[in-house]
Design a protein around this ligand. Structure first.
Ligand code: F0G
Length: 456
């Protein structure tokens, strides 16, 4: 059959509220034109994030009932540890309450002022945690990954030449570790090939620099490798994941993505000293190392979820939904990043809204239009999230102005996607009627979550 179906049926539903356009205009105004400040109930289709928003399976709910809530050494911890060891073969496993807690404790335990951390592209919380420790987060993404109009199979790859010269310029002694984000969320959810991971590892090994994976979407990355990288067609997603982790010295992960859970994270590493330092901070901040800020029932749901994320039928369906939306929008001439990423469709807002300059935030203009027209909530990955202020205090735009429609896992069905397509098309037809925005209030860090806008 040509039609790829959802490999599940629905046992429990959650109502969606559909409010009028006039009501949405009012709600957005009250939220200071920042969709993060809306009530979720006022969003018809919530594509703000794929993080913690997935639907759990019957097997996960069943596992929750056997959660062992013992403070130390629970059965649920044993299962969690065994599952992650099966996938990664990494020695020390630490649960955290979510990804950024793992990043924060890693940064706190390993970084000092003046250190430099390269990555293909840092996610915003990773960057913020590194910079909070006084270090500098640097993106060394390959050229094709930086151009939304280029089609290439592994646009998340690290630029190996840049990595080598980066190490030579800054000195290995100032680079306590390097990172690779799989898939590269902020660059369009694009995958990293195993060849690239191996090449990064080879360069780093020459300088004794450990490789830390940001593994939030490792199973989606494994799927891309199985489809696009020569030599991996006959391997299971688990085998590919095992090969990926065999090249890593450590990893952080938000289990709210490919853990198919609503909460959770981990830090894992092979180095005993790293583990000891991390463990001490974990106890101080998150909890005893066998629960790390999670309930036993969360550990159970995650253990099941991680293996479900490596199921080929599930990944085939998931990628088909992202592809479907990308292709339909592309056919209308709407500028989307191609090929489609693993967890989201990314619209190039710079091209979509060419009349709005970067410092008037074309991404936010597009996001607000999608909300007003159809109650769709999306997120900007552009100047509001990644812009910075130079030495003279002048705001500098981000390289890319992307709008991300992120897909919660196993939540929306075909008609929801058809509705999304209709809404995006309507905004596209009327794009010239939208104007840019000013920021009227902003915090010092991670401003996108809470800043206020006004239309200009
Ligand atoms: N790294 C990447 C690549 C991420 O995408 C995220 C979260 C994190 C780290 C942090 O994990 O949220 O569990 O603390 N991304 C979400 C998103 C929030 O919408 O892309 P967390």
């Amino acid at each position: 059959m040509r039609t790829i179906i959802e490999p599940f049926r629905i046992k429990m539903t959650e109502p969606i509220k559909i409010i009028s356009k006039e009501e949405r205009i009012e709600k957005l105004k009250k939220a200071h034109y920042n969709v993060f400040l809306l009530d979720a109930i006022d969003c018809t289709i919530d594509l703000l994030t794929d993080s913690g928003t997935g639907a759990m399976s019957a097997q996960q709910w069943a596992a929750i009932m056997i959660g062992d809530e013992s403070y130390a050494g629970s059965q649920s911890w044993k299962k969690f540890e065994a599952t992650i060891k099966k996938i990664t073969a990494i020695k020390h496993i630490f649960p955290t309450h979510q990804g950024r807690a793992a990043e924060g404790l890693l940064a706190m335990s390993r970084l000092k002022a003046g250190d430099m951390i390269p990555n293909n592209s840092h996610f915003d919380t990773t960057r913020a945690n590194i910079e909070f420790a006084g270090a500098t987060a640097v993106n060394l993404l390959c050229e094709e990954g930086r151009d939304p109009s280029i089609e290439a199979p592994f646009k998340g790859n690290m630029d190996i030449e840049k990595l080598t010269s980066f190490i030579q310029t800054h000195g290995a002694e100032n680079i306590p570790f390097a990172m690779l984000t799989i898939t590269n969320n902020t660059g369009g959810g694009q995958p990293v090939s195993l060849a690239n991971i191996r090449a990064v590892k080879t360069v780093l090994s020459q300088y004794n620099i450990p490789l830390v994976l940001d593994a939030c979407r490792f199973a989606e990355n494994a799927y891309f490798i199985s489809k696009r990288e020569k030599g991996y067609q006959d391997k299971s997603l688990l085998e590919i994941a095992q090969e990926i982790f065999s090249l890593a010295d450590a990893a952080t992960m938000s289990l709210k993505k490919d853990g198919l859970a609503n909460i959770g994270g981990f830090f894992i590493c092979n180095n005993d000293e790293w583990a000891e330092d991390f463990k001490n901070l974990l106890i101080l901040r998150e909890g005893f190392p066998t629960y790390g800020g999670l309930a036993g029932r969360d550990l159970e749901a995650i253990s099941v979820g991680l293996m479900e994320a490596l199921d080929m039928d599930y990944q085939t369906y998931r990628h088909a939904t992202v592809d479907y939306l990308t292709q339909k929008l592309d056919m209308k001439g709407i500028p989307v990043i191609k090929p489609s990423g693993g967890h989201a469709v990314f619209i190039d807002a710079k091209t979509f809204m060419p009349h709005i300059p970067p410092l008037a935030y074309p991404g936010i203009a597009l996001i607000n239009a999608l909300y007003i027209e159809g109650g769709i909530r999306a997120v900007e990955l552009g100047t509001v999230m990644f812009g910075h202020f130079d030495d003279k205090g002048k705001e500098q735009p981000s390289e890319l102005e992307l709008v991300r429609l992120a897909f919660p896992r196993r939540v929306y069905t075909q008609s929801h996607f058809d509705y999304i397509i209709e809404v995006v098309e309507k905004v596209w037809e009327e794009r010239h009627t939208y104007s840019g925005l000013n920021i009227t209030k902003q915090p010092q860090m991670l401003r996108h979550f809470s800043c206020h806008f006004e239309n200009n």
